[in-house]
Design a protein around this ligand. Structure first.
Ligand code: EPU
Length: 459
């Protein structure tokens, strides 16, 4: 088989979910039935994958617990293995990552393994420290905007790295080593903040990072790096100081719970008139979501071991929401919530300020009966807490509108989950194809739907 064919097959396998137990690519859903029952969320996708990369920085093995079986984790596992990290899973949800024999990998192999993930870019700092060179393949991730990597490259250059672009991808070297730097991000980017952290911890000297992202998953990554021996000060006003150290050890850590998956199931409970207990859901990281959930008319009970989300009866109410960096309303929460908003009385507005193209998924919802108008340049009239970003958008949702079944194709991770919710809430039958994409971030999706009493068949 030709190398490019092999690469394409590997990419397809990574995206399709087969390697994480999701064999079907199409689901037929008979909607109109409330989701009821109990499910458990594990560690956050947006922490676990970064924690796995951090293991590359240690001189001894790391142990990461409560890791979800999702294709993003599978991709990072195979990339680490390509670099000589021994990865084992002694029990369900635990990963042992042994980086003691790290070695260079062939570019074609890395490119093939990277699949649809954006995590490969975070290998730069650790690989520069371990091997003196990093290769960045063509980056994937959800199609929700341009998703440039300029903040990452500028930060690496500030540390003294040399970035060479070729037709194959990007090669990064650091012939004079990596040195602490003063960096101010133009926007509190999650990935760029992680890039700086993973590079600065072993750079020589002190790094100051201004306008850093402080998402809970980032603070959990900082906790992991601190366990490894790093010295990191999180100061007020989004400033982080990192004192470089010469050696880091492995860590043992239980990944922070996946607040995005929790918010997705909460929206599913509301949209279907259901009642879902999400085991391992944590309130502190969800304060903003819970306020909005309550204002829409949802109810929740916080327990020791999780949170119960339910529709308490009565009409749902329209809300005005603006996505933002933490502690604001997360961009990943808006897509599932919009399905519930189609069932609310009145006109809701969702402003997307993080990505420039995250309402594409609403087109298919119109075919299902929703009344959603997307304003591609935002809406001037709405007061907002943060200055406008150039490319923001607004969706105006008028409800309630009964939803009916349709044939739809998963466009991206959160949009795909939203289609599942819409199909479950709709009258009649829907088919959803490209289901594998959902396995990038939702573990055991079919088992969970079964546990919640959903009526569906797999093709
Ligand atoms: N940006 C740039 N240049 C850069 C980096 C980012 O302009 O070099 C822009 C982006 O285009 C975007 C904004 O900055 O408009 C924010 O991007 P950020 O870097 O914060 O996002 P990310 O690190 O690529 C992570 C999550 C996303 C989540 C965002 C925001 C991971 C793997 N992904 O992406 O999660 O939406 O932070 O919180 O951690 C998802 O889980 O479905 C998902 C997309």
């Amino acid at each position: 088989m030709a190398a490019d064919q092999a690469a394409s097959l590997a990419k397809h396998a990574s995206q399709s979910g087969e390697r994480v137990g999701l064999t079907a690519d199409r689901i037929t859903v008979h909607g109109g039935k409330p989701l009821q029952g109990r499910i458990r969320v594990r560690g956050a996708k947006n922490l676990a994958t970064k924690a796995m990369v951090a293991a590359l920085l240690g001189e001894t093995p790391s142990v990461l617990q409560d890791v979800p079986l999702i294709s993003d984790v599978d991709i990072v596992t195979r990339m680490l293995e390509a670099y000589g990290v021994a990865v084992s899973s002694p029990d369900d949800g635990t990963l042992v990552l042994d980086p003691q024999n790290v070695e260079k990998a062939h570019f074609a192999k890395i490119d093939a393994l990277a699949g649809s993930s954006r995590i490969p870019i975070l290998f730069c700092g650790p690989l520069l420290h371990r091997l003196g060179e990093a290769l960045i393949p063509d980056l994937g991730g959800c199609r929700i905007g341009d998703r440039p990597i300029d903040f990452h490259m500028d930060a690496l250059r500030a540390f003294g790295a040399i970035v060479d672009k070729s037709y194959e991808g990007i090669t990064i070297t650091a012939p004079d080593g990596l040195h602490g730097a003063h960096i101010e991000l133009p926007y509190p980017s999650v990935g760029a903040t992680e890039q700086v952290l993973l590079t600065a911890v072993r750079a020589e000297g002190v790094t100051e990072l201004k306008n850093a992202a402080i998402e809970p998953e980032i603070l959990d990554l900082i906790a992991i790096l601190q366990k490894m021996g790093a010295i990191i000060w999180v100061e007020p006003n989004r400033t982080i100081f990192i004192e470089g150290v010469e050696r880091l050890e492995g860590y043992t850590h239980r990944a922070i719970s996946d607040r995005n998956e929790t918010a997705s199931w909460a929206s599913a409970a509301l949209a279907t008139g259901g009642d879902i207990f999400v085991e391992n859901a944590k309130q502190p990281e969800l304060l903003t979501f819970l306020n909005v959930f309550r204002k829409v008319g949802g109810a929740f009970d916080v327990a020791e071991d999780g949170i119960r989300f339910y529709h308490p009866g009565g009409a749902l109410k329209a809300v005005q929401v603006e996505t933002d960096v933490h502690p604001g309303f997360m961009t990943d929460w808006q897509q599932p919530l919009i399905i519930a908003l189609t069932q609310a009385e009145g006109v809701s507005t969702v402003h997307e300020t993080v990505y420039e193209n995250r309402f594409g998924f609403t087109d298919a919802l119109l075919d299902m009966g929703a009344d959603i108008v997307v304003h591609k340049d935002g809406l001037e009239s709405v007061t907002r807490r943060v200055p406008r970003r150039r490319l923001e958008q607004a969706a105006v949702i008028t409800g309630p509108t009964p939803l009916h079944g349709a044939d739809v194709r998963v466009p991206d991770l959160r949009g795909g989950f939203s289609y599942l919710i819409a199909a479950l809430a709709a009258d009649g039958t829907s088919t959803i194809s490209n289901l594998g994409l959902i396995s990038r971030g939702y573990e055991h999706i079919i088992d969970k739907l079964t546990a919640l009493g959903a009526d569906f068949e797999l093709d």
